[in-house]
Design a protein around this ligand. Structure first.
Ligand code: SF4
Length: 341
């Protein structure tokens, strides 16, 4: 287990109404206090303290997990694959919805709805049977921030070839998956290379055109060092199965091997509560945060991901801590960015 210390803010009152140091001594293992506001944090270099208070971190994250449960599914594109009873449809829709999971939730939902309307009630069959040129015409005018109709048609075209060769995206992924690997990095790299390696024609004349048009934004590779948030989000959705939040479609992949889908919200909050001290938001940072979470639940380290991201997505925790809802936040006792009243 890695050594990390998470300690409560001494100025925060606990549920008992009693602050540490005001009436009772702090537990013996709480020797280093986190700075108590954003200004002080700027003067203190984030540190990996010397010990790890797993119990405190787990209690607080469990509280957050109970707060942001499945009833918040409407704030997440994960709601789209949940609509489909057939696992083949849910898998394809999960892949498409996660690929477009960047930007505001309102825009994501609107744009995913548009794509699903084009694919009809059986998205798996539609991807396998539709002609790419017809799809491109049906998606004419589609734009989701950087993603154009041509990018999306290319993605659907390579998924089609993957489904035709392997039968499912799961089987394609399993071709590069080793259960004894430390995490999914190697398998995800092989998965992306397989898809990117399929013929881009007739959507693009060749691989160079795919790259120069920016379509690879939809299929980044971990080997570049990028966090690959949307691909890790897809894996979380299809692999996690111990609650009714994620889909649990891929039984052959262990949830213990997943890597956290790292975006700006997760990175900021993870630094604030001591899950990592890395300043970058790349693949290594995602691994670092995941390793810390593994200390709380080795079998299911991404258990808390949905709840952590709700803080950012719902606007409860924003970049300027002064505008965050720290008073209502389950993490306030362990957060270095907490805004005091
Ligand atoms: S809302 Fe406040 S206490 Fe909660 S994680 Fe954000 S900055 Fe920390």
């Amino acid at each position: 287990m890695r050594a990390v210390r998470v300690v409560p803010n001494p100025a925060r009152r606990h549920s008992s109404g009693m602050a540490h140091g005001a009436g009772r001594p702090p537990p013996i293992d709480m020797l280093f206090y986190a700075p108590d506001n954003h200004c002080r944090m700027k003067q203190v270099k984030p540190r990996h303290p010397a010990a790890f208070n797993v119990g405190l971190l787990k209690r607080k994250l469990d509280e957050l997990y109970r707060t942001y449960d499945r009833s918040f599914l409407n704030s997440d594109p994960l709601l789209f694959p949940h609509r489909y009873a057939d696992a083949r449809d849910a898998e394809v829709v999960a892949f498409l919805a996660s690929a477009l999971a960047y930007g505001s939730v309102v825009t994501i939902k609107k744009d995913v709805e548009r794509v699903l309307a084009v694919l009809g009630p059986r998205p798996h069959d539609a991807v396998l049977s539709r002609d790419p040129e017809a799809l491109l015409a049906e998606l004419a005018g589609f734009k989701h921030r950087f993603t154009t109709a041509r990018h999306l048609t290319w993605l659907l075209h390579v998924i089609k070839q993957g489904l035709a060769e392997f039968g499912s995206l799961e089987k394609l992924f399993l071709a590069g998956y080793r259960p004894d690997a430390p995490n999914t990095k190697e398998a995800l790299t092989a998965f992306v290379e397989q898809l990117v390696g399929y013929a881009p024609s007739p959507v693009y004349p060749g691989p160079r055109a795919v790259r120069s048009d920016g379509a690879l934004f939809l299929l980044p590779s971990p080997k570049t060092g990028a966090a690959c948030k949307r691909l890790n989000l897809f894996l979380r959705w299809v692999v996690r199965r111990d609650d009714d939040l994620d889909l649990g479609l891929w039984k052959s992949v262990s949830p213990s091997k997943l890597v956290i889908p790292l975006d700006t919200h997760v990175a900021r909050i993870s630094r604030a509560i001591g899950l990592t001290t890395r300043r970058s938001s790349d693949w290594k940072a995602a691994e670092d945060i995941t390793n810390t979470l593994s200390a709380l639940d080795p079998a299911d380290p991404l258990k808390y991901d949905f709840a952590i991201t709700r803080l950012g997505i719902l606007g409860d925790c924003v970049a300027d801590a002064r505008n965050s809802k720290c008073d209502d936040c389950a993490l306030a006792d362990i957060c270095v960015r907490v805004r005091e009243p």
